[in-house]
Design a binder for this molecule. Structure first.
Ligand SMILES: Nc1nc2c(ncn2[C@@H]2O[C@H](COP(=O)(O)OP(=O)(O)O)[C@@H](O)[C@H]2O)c(=O)[nH]1
Ligand SMILES: [Mg+2]
Length: 337
């Protein structure tokens, strides 16, 4: 019997797929929305790997030039200070990687979903909104304040993106141990939130303080608008909804969509999708920067930073090749003929 992932593992060990492609394949199998599928397909088919390989080549080439200058400086074939010419490219590479890291946030949101937490005082209509958007009775709805204690979530598909919606316990002071635990969990989910929907039947301003030190974007939502004939709120509010009549829900979804990454249809989806990628890229970029900043330390120290940069990149794809520095050197020059 085949073990989990056995064929992909063999493909990796035999050099047919690298780690990024294997991860992409796993994501492709698990993909549930159109954007997840597109991102995973790009990664599984080597789009991201080709980019990283091309960067690795540039690093190897730069190191080869430095080695050539260090080792064969007295050879006629090696033009003087050939290494100098590589630094402008290393400068560009550091910038390329920096820009690429800038897409990590979008990549993670496409892959893992935009995390939206519904918060607010008890009885504001939080669970009703979750059920309405999920189109089924996920959460218990009663008129007893403090009904919800566990953090529940549903995944919505909004325009091909995953939006992971969390229902939480209403925020208030309480002596009930179970409810207090629920409120503690609400605060934990707020730490992970990309967006908070702050719900209240009346002025949401009173409740902002309850969000603790959440610093991300907040949509203020006035609920149960079917109960009042007020058309314009007299307090700052972004959307007015009723889960009884359905009024305002489309508008709420539109406002939530504004927080999704905008990936233009024709554009490249070669984005880092995992924390692991982002950390490796950041390490790589830092070493290139260190090489650029340490000209005074000498070429050998700079070359070592470039080696570490290449290593960080290689760890992402799992291809830390035996470096053919000399191959590059010999193919560029005719040292030794
Ligand atoms: N009229 C009206 N009642 C609502 C609406 N949304 C929720 N409710 C009622 O408000 C009460 C509390 O709702 P619930 O969703 O449990 O609030 P939560 O404590 O914030 O989760 C329940 O009795 C719901 O039926 C609404 O849009 N209109
Ligand atoms: Mg509730």
């Amino acid at each position: 019997m085949a073990e989990a992932g056995e064929f992909s593992r063999r493909a990796f060990l035999n050099g047919r797929m690298d780690l990024v492609e294997v991860e992409g394949l796993a994501d492709l199998i698990a993909a549930e929305t159109e954007m997840q599928r597109r991102l995973a397909a790009e990664q599984a088919s080597g789009g991201l790997s080709r980019l990283y390989d091309s960067w690795a080549k540039r690093l190897t080439y730069a190191r080869a030039m430095i080695e050539a200058e260090l080792d064969f400086a007295d050879e006629e074939d090696v033009p003087g200070s050939v290494a100098a010419s590589i630094w402008s490219d290393m400068h560009i590479l550091a910038q390329d990687i920096f820009n690429h890291i800038g897409g990590a946030r979008a990549g993670e949101i496409v892959r893992d979903g935009l995390k939206v937490v519904i918060a607010g005082p008890p009885n504001a209509g939080k669970s009703s909104l979750l059920n309405y958007l999920a189109q089924r009775d996920v959460a218990i709805v009663t008129d007893v304040p403090g009904t919800t204690r566990d953090v529940l979530h549903v995944d919505l598909d909004i325009g091909g993106y995953v939006v992971r919606l969390y229902d939480t316990a209403g925020l208030r002071e309480t002596d009930d141990v179970v409810e207090r635990e629920g409120i503690r969990r609400t605060h934990l989910s707020l730490e992970q939130a990309d967006l908070v929907l702050l719900l209240s039947e009346n002025d949401t301003t009173d409740w902002i303080g309850l969000l603790g030190n959440f610093t991300g974007p907040i949509l203020r939502v006035r609920t149960k608008t079917d109960l009042s004939d007020e058309t314009l709120p007299n307090s700052p509010v972004n959307v007015m909804i009723s889960t009884k009549s359905g009024v305002g829900i489309d508008q709420l979804i539109d406002r939530m969509s504004e927080h999704l990454p905008s990936l233009d249809v024709g554009g490249s989806l070669a984005l880092p999708t995992r924390e692991r990628h982002r950390i490796g890229l950041e390490t790589c970029r830092q070493h290139i920067q260190a090489a650029l900043d340490n000209a005074a330390a000498g070429l050998d120290i700079q070359a070592e930073h470039l080696r570490l940069a290449g290593h960080a990149l290689g760890r992402i794809t799992g291809r830390v090749d035996v470096e053919n520095l000399l191959d590059v050197i010999f193919s560029e020059f005719c040292i030794g003929k």
